[in-house]
Design a protein around this ligand. Structure first.
Ligand code: BES
Ligand code: ZN
Ligand code: ZN
Length: 498
């Protein structure tokens, strides 16, 4: 797929045109003048009474014209409808092998233009690394006719390309089989990314170092596997890119200072068998996605550094394989976490919270002011909110509001869940300070457990992406597999903090 921007449409024999419409009206009215007002109006008159939903492709005066309904799916925001419309357009034109399509968008607002570009990019994603034959997508050129917005749109197009590259990275990592993407393999990928991303540095701890420094959550979860656990800390400091404007802005934002340091902590279980508390066979293949949090954290910081956002951000990837072996953690075992609290492993399948206890401790050690942890943490969250909405928790109302707003801006839905104190006692253990299971409110118990490891005076939010990271049937712009959920909201959060 090529996306080119031009001030006006250049005539070309084999070119098609795309019109976005919501019910009877066409979006971006300059489409009309560009194609000849009377012409399109008469077409619209002709089709107004017809079955509008069926209309998608017409020939007007020898030109192929695609009609894309931007309000088809229920429950999506206007911007997401636009993404879906662009996604469908790209799919159709690729299928019909249309070489070039002109989109008249001079009237589109920045966020509408951004939504359309994201939609086009999503259609280009495929994961066929394991197919015996790889097929190239047909290369459609989308000509964005931007009028006097050409310069502004070019900048947005560059940003979207960076964001989509990161989303693709996350999705590819998540979709890769666990025997190919074990902790040390993830580390190699992260090292390569750090090497080719200016301003991004990386620190890696292996099993020996983790044990020596007391990051026992990783050791406890990972010791049953032949693939040893690792923890990665990626760092980026963009404060030197702060302009006078954004430096001044941060002082005006409530409670925020130029010393803000956002740390993203990701659950990176490259596979989760459940350990000795073995998972049922049916739900196991999907556990290749149990490193979605770590992949999303890595992808987000890659984009944040590439975009040179004026903010300090780190990403901690907590990598382990929850496997069965003669060294596996046993139910009833007790270990001492990095922050000194002792934990009894009541259920070896509640392993994510154990590695995250180390990730949260590391976030504190490197000076986090804001922490986002994201994890495919509980089946309870899948049952509560499904695949379309991420349930999140926070100890800070300002940060919670930012999560909702940033999510909305990039079409990722979040729902605030309570850190209900009434369930906190259920985490207490007879012998140890805590156990890794709690009340029947599974997602809340997991969040309350994590809260025990949040460094003092730190704004924290936990995103349980168990339902949203990976879909087993088509959802929005994902056919099957990893969605890339969270990458965009994290980038948006970094923009907001910068
Ligand atoms: N990785 C799973 C959670 C999960 C379930 C992710 C479905 C994606 C889809 C997690 O490690 C887990 O097994 N959690 C247990 C916790 C329980 C034993 C307290 C769960 O939710 O059943
Ligand atoms: Zn588990
Ligand atoms: Zn897990």
């Amino acid at each position: 797929m090529n996306i080119i921007s031009s001030e006006s449409a250049k005539a070309k024999a084999d070119k098609a045109y795309a019109l976005f419409f919501v019910k009877e009206s066409i979006l971006f009215s300059k489409v009309l003048s560009a194609k000849g007002e009377s012409q399109v109006e008469s077409v619209l008159k002709g089709i107004k009474d017809g079955p509008f939903e069926d209309l998608e492709f017409l020939e007007i005066d020898g030109c192929n014209t695609f009609f894309v309904d931007a309000a088809k799916e229920r429950g999506l925001s206007t911007l997401d409808h636009l993404r879906m419309a662009a996604y469908r357009l790209a799919q159709r034109t690729m299928k019909r092998q249309v070489p070039c399509v002109s989109l008249f968008l001079a009237d589109a607002a920045d966020e509408q233009f951004k939504a359309i570009l994201h939609g086009l990019h999503y259609a280009n994603y495929k994961f066929d690394a394991y197919k015996s034959k790889q097929k190239e997508n047909f290369q459609v050129t989308f000509e964005i006719v931007a009028g006097d917005r050409a310069a502004a749109f070019k900048k947005i197009a560059e940003e979207v390309a960076v964001e989509q590259k990161a989303i693709t990275l996350a999705r590819n990592l998540i979709n890769t089989s666990a025997s190919d993407l074990y902790p040390a393999a993830f580390v190699e990928d992260a090292k390569t990314i750090a090497k080719y991303t200016p301003g991004l540095s990386i620190k890696v701890r292996n099993m020996k170092q983790l044990e020596k420094e007391g990051f026992m959550g990783h050791v406890t979860v990972g010791k049953g596997s032949s693939h040893e656990p690792h923890m990665i800390t990626l760092s980026y400091d963009g404060t030197k890119f702060a302009t006078g404007k954004s430096a001044g802005k941060s002082a005006g934002k409530k409670g925020r200072t130029s010393r803000d340091h956002l740390v993203i902590v990701g659950k990176g279980l490259t596979f989760d068998t459940g350990g000795l508390c073995l998972k049922p066979a049916k739900s196991m293949p999907e556990m290749i996605s149990d490193m979605s949090g770590a992949a999303t954290a890595l992808a987000a910081i890659q984009a944040i550094a590439t975009l040179k956002l004026p903010v300090k951000v780190s990403a901690v990837c907590c990598l382990a394989e929850n496997a069965i072996g003669n060294k596996s953690v046993l139910p009833g075992d007790i270990f001492k976490a990095k922050n000194g609290k002792t934990v009894m492993v009541d259920n070896t399948d509640a392993e994510g919270r154990l590695v995250l206890s180390d990730g949260l401790a590391e976030a504190g050690l490197i000076g986090a002011t804001h922490i986002v942890d994201l994890a495919t943490l509980t089946g309870a969250m899948v049952r509560a909110l499904g695949y379309a909405v991420t349930g999140f928790f926070s100890n800070d109302d300002d940060l919670a509001l930012m999560v909702i707003n940033c999510g909305e801006a990039c079409c990722e839905k979040f729902w605030s869940m309570p850190l209900e104190e009434e369930y906190a006692d259920a985490l207490k253990d007879k012998f140890a300070d805590l156990k890794n299971t709690g009340s029947d409110a599974g997602a809340i118990s997991a969040a309350l457990f994590l809260q025990e490891f949040v460094p003092e005076n730190t704004a924290w939010t936990h995103w349980d992406i168990a339902g949203t990271a990976f879909v087993t049937k088509k959802w929005k712009y994902t056919e099957y597999g990893a969605t890339g959920f969270g990458v965009q909201t994290l980038i948006e959060l970094a923009r907001e903090l910068g």
